[in-house]
Design a protein around this ligand. Structure first.
Ligand SMILES: [Fe+2]
Length: 324
């Protein structure tokens, strides 16, 4: 039984494929698609359309391997080939980044997970991010697949930044439309004298861009509140206290529960999200449980963001279009 108008329309379009929205503003589960099999163009078009409409789409019980994951990504765009990946990533597939959390930063930089958490000066709000948001051309989309997941805990949450923008009052929308802000990798870490390891790495590999605070989505034309807690350093042309207060207000708006969806992973679950219209929050409720959690990620190349006034983002340091 389907009750949603969109669902009914889409069931008619591709036989056997159903779209089930799971929250009011964001998230839809798609059933009846085998992502490992050859995909009809009509299915690809439906998935893309659903992603643009619902910002993140979920599939369950999929049997993708690395090769299938990359092949799937190619149907939706150009997979990013990462210059640097975590040590758990498969060497044969440079597009695939594997995270086996807890081990990740420790393995790469010798920093214990507990220390890493302590050294973040993030509030919880600061964990919200889009992938690689400090780049001049952040990825257009991300495809994340779960291999091993905790028995409980470890959910991911996404927020719809177009809905968050639309939910602002008209005077505030008009105000933020004209603003720009600097996004910088590592803005949330507290450096100390003599730092080495991960913080040193961040300081030596700075990535920063100035992005419009409101981005016009290149495919939907929607205005998107381009904020996140992880990269956003400072709003341009306003004082630091003004910037801090504005950012807190806008971030709280962005992650209001009504603009979010939370996904419970199972082995074989796949999430595909529009990285231009969402931010997400990695789980923080599973590290203490000790369950393994292994996820594989492929990102799709994105374009340089453009503001309401038509001005594109500008690189500040360590970032070049298409160069990873
Ligand atoms: Fe992420």
């Amino acid at each position: 039984m389907t009750t949603h108008r969109d669902t009914a329309e889409q069931v008619d379009r591709v036989k056997g494929v159903e779209v089930h929205p799971v929250a009011g503003h964001i998230g839809a589960e798609i059933t009846g698609v085998d992502l490992a099999g050859p995909l009809d163009d009509a299915v690809v078009a439906l998935v893309r359309e659903t992603m643009l409409r619902w910002k993140v789409v979920f599939f369950r019980g999929q049997e993708l391997d690395h090769q299938g994951h990359v092949a799937l990504a190619r149907r939706f765009g150009e997979p990013v080939v990462l210059g640097r990946r975590g040590s758990a990533s498969p060497s044969d597939f440079p597009e695939v980044e594997t995270t086996a959390d807890r081990l990740e930063l420790g393995g790469r930089f010798g920093m214990e997970h507990e220390e890493w958490l302590q050294r973040r000066r993030h509030t919880l709000l600061r964990g919200w991010h889009c992938d690689h948001g400090a780049r001049i051309d952040p990825p257009a989309a991300t495809i994340l697949r779960a291999e091993t997941v905790p028995l409980y805990g470890g959910d991911t949450t996404w927020a719809n930044l177009a809905a968050a923008y639309a939910g602002l009052s008209a005077p505030v929308r008009a105000f933020v439309d004209g603003l720009r802000a600097e996004h910088r990798l590592g803005v949330g870490y507290q450096p100390r004298p003599g730092d080495d390891g991960y913080v040193r790495h961040l300081l030596d590999h700075q990535v920063a861009s100035v992005h419009p605070l409101v981005r016009v989505h290149p495919e939907t034309g929607e205005r998107v509140l381009f904020v996140n807690g992880y990269y956003l350093e400072q709003i341009d042309e306003v004082s630091r206290p003004e910037s801090a207060a504005l950012l807190e207000m806008l971030l709280e708006q962005a992650v209001r529960p009504e603009y979010t969806v939370r996904f419970r992973w199972e082995p074989g679950s796949v999430a595909l999200w529009d990285n231009r219209a969402t931010i997400h929050l990695a789980p923080s409720d599973n590290a203490h449980l000790g369950f393994p959690r292994t996820m594989h990620r492929v990102m799709l190349a994105g374009e340089v963001p453009v503001g309401v006034d038509g001005r594109p983002s500008e690189p500040v340091t360590g970032t070049e279009v298409g160069r990873w």
